[in-house]
Structure formats: structure tokens, C-alpha cells
Design a protein around this ligand. Sequence first.
Ligand SMILES: [Mn+2]
Length: 473
Amino acid sequence: MKFSHIADAHLGAFSKNRKLSELNLKAFKIAIEKSIEESVDFIIIAGDLFHNPLPDMDIVKSTVSILQRAKEQGIRIYVVYGSHDFSAGTTSLLDVLSEAGVFRKVVRYEIHDGKLRLIPIKDPSGVYLVGMPGLTAAREVFYFLDEEQGIDREYLESVPNPKIFIFHTTVNELKPEYIADKNAVPLSRFPRGFDYYAGGHLHERIEHKLDSGYLTYPGALFGSNYSDLDVLTDKQRGFYIVEDFKPRFVPVKVCEFEKVVFKADGNSATELQKKLMEFASRNHEGRVVILKVRGELKSGKVADINFRAIRDKILESAIDVLVNTYALRSVESGRMSVPVEEQEEIERRVFEEISEYGLNFTVSLFNLLRQEKKDEETKSDFERRITQAAMDMIEHAVKNYIKSGEKSDKGELIARSEPEIETVDENAEDEVSENCDKKSEDIEESSPKEKTPEDEKRRKVKAGRVATLFDFG
Ligand SMILES: [Mn+2]
């Protein structure tokens, strides 16, 4: 018995960058072709096959034609939703393709005594497959954790072997350090006794041996965004061929990545520009270049460096280039000149420059923090009082900030408009877990960002919906 385990193909990602989206599709094509060469019995896709619930039709067409080749060889294909291709309360493209018989969606459940009973599917090889999909806002974590309404683990443990558990979520003990995903499931909350646990969601490859069998994440086949490309630069990407439940990693490489970090320290803007230009003029053929420039310029301004020209030069040979100057600054930019003399006036002007949450907030917080301990107060009482007052102030400011929907530059702590979104559930206010939520700096994209604030709002509304609908089938 032999199958392949693929996850996080994110087809349709990099929609504004044709070269990267083609490489992404190519990686998927290679994974399927290798699976066919290996004559696997079936293919498991553990979520995020598509980057969106309703991807562009040309991506759908290419995907279907790639998958058809496997089907023609009699290979069965099993898919669960990931956090990206699931859509609460509406039909996802996965549902359509599953109906059309392109693959089989392994998401079946019943509610028994209030609990979520996942129903296995039996593959002709005799293996039982159980799927727990990724949901919007990492709602699946609730089903792993909740004793009353969560997954009926006892039932799953009674399903006869051999059996495979397919899931799309973060395992707490296995997530890489840079992932700040608070929505994670401890291993103890997985049903025991499965011969293989086919994971998706974490974009880095992970292998873990449990008592009954392996739990693995193949990781992203290419990467879903610029942050992925940065974090995964030196990592091998690919998928697993699993033979008699023993996983073997199969690398898929569609291009070379070249990451270079330039330190600006000690250089003038002109000197740094010259060094960057020298680097840009090298041959970068076949590579996606990730160029990071950081540190502090000795003289001159960041704006004096012509990054457009550097990018264009690199693109003469490279497949693509991603430039990140987030951590680059000049000595000048670190100072602020305010032409007044009164201390309070100086403070006010400086705060006007830097106030993210409004001037009143910044000044109040500043005044609070410079309070001194009262004579009758102990040191710990004093610390507690200030911390509590500061936390209240911050909470209040952040709430108003969210409500007003935009940065308040005039120092108004009162909401200027009603919230535009009515979230159905308080969970929706939680940060939406976007595939892995990596904590790396943003890389300046060579094309406009894919998501607008409107998309973001829409996503939050959706997050609210799934929580109440309970429906993911
Ligand atoms: Mn993903």
C-alpha cells in the first residue's frame, strides 16, 4: 500500500505575479507526476489545495487537468479543506470539484450526543480515511479542544486499522519558533491509534513519530506569499510518499532561491547604492532573489538610494526579486527637530509626530508613566496601580482605534464612526489565523498587495459566520 501526502499547494497564490504563480503551479504538477511515476494507490491533499475558496478559472482548469492525469491512472485523490479554500456557509470550489468527481472530499460528519463524529471513508485498498478540515479563523481548534461539542475521539479510536487521520491545523508541540499561532492543538487532543497522521497548515516540513505511526507535515510545495519565500529560502520543499505507513520525503524544486542581507552600517547612501548595484549586476539566472537591506546609513537618506534601478538590474537575469528595506534607516531619520522651546510644547509636537492611537492617548500614557510613587504606597502597590491604569488606557485606546477603522491623527479617543462590521461572534474579533501567521518582516512586493482593507473586513465577517453556523460540510 502506497500513497502520497501533499499539502499547502496554494494554487492561485501570487496572482499578481505571473512568474511566481507559474512556478507554484509547476511545483504541484511535479508532485502529481512523481506520484504517478511511483504508482501510488491514492493521493492525499491535506488542505489549502487552492489559495482561495473561489480561485481564478484558469488556475482551476490547470489544476483539474493535472489531477485528471492521476485519475486516468486509477489513482484516487482525497482532499480536505484548508484554512484558505474553505468558505463557511457558501460553496467552495472544492465542493464543486468533489461533486464533479475530480477528487473525493474527505469531510463527513454527524452529530452524536452533541459531539462531532467524523465519518471514515474506506479506500478500496482497505484503509480508512478520516478528515478534519481547516476552518476559517482556526475554528477547527475548537473541535479538537472542546470536550462537549468537539471531536468524538473515542469513536475514531474504535475505527479499525489501518486508518489515516487527515487534518489541517497547527500542532502545538511541533510548530516552528517563528510561528506565533496561538490557535494550536496539543498532541494529546488527537485521536490515538492511527497508522498515519497526514498534516497540513504548517508550511515547513515536519516529521514526528507517535506510538501508533508517523505524524507529518510536508510543508508548502512552493510557498503562499512573500513571507513564506523568505522563511523557506534554505528549506527543502516537497511532499511525502508513504509506503506501508513509512514516510519518505520527495523534494520538489522549481527554482533556486538566493537570499542576501546587506548591512548599511558605516556606509553612506552613495556607497551603499554602489555596493547594491555591484551585487545587482551579477548573474542571477534561474533564481528568485531575496534582497534584504538593513542597518543605519552613516550619511545620506534612504530615499537617496535608487531601489527601482537596483531591482531592474537584478531582473535582467533573475526570475524575480523581492526587496526588503524595512530595517534600513539613516542617522537623520532617527532624529527629530522641533523648533520650539517650552518643554510641554516640545512633547506635544513630538507626540503629534509619533502618535499611532491618537494624541490624547499618547500624552495620557506618558503622564501616567512619569508619575512617582506616593509616600503611603508600597513599591509593589505602586507598580500594580500604574500597570493596571496603563493596561486600561491601552485597551480603551485600541478598542476605539479598531472602532474608528482608521488611524486617528487628531488625538480623538472617541470613536468617530460606528463599527462598519457587525461580527456575529466574539471569536471573530480574534486575529484570523492566516496560514501559519509567520512573524517575519514583510517583504516589499514587486506588485501591489493582494489584499485590500475591504478584503480584510470581509474575511472578519466570514470568521463571525462560521462560528455560529457550525457548518463545514
Ligand atoms: Mn497553507
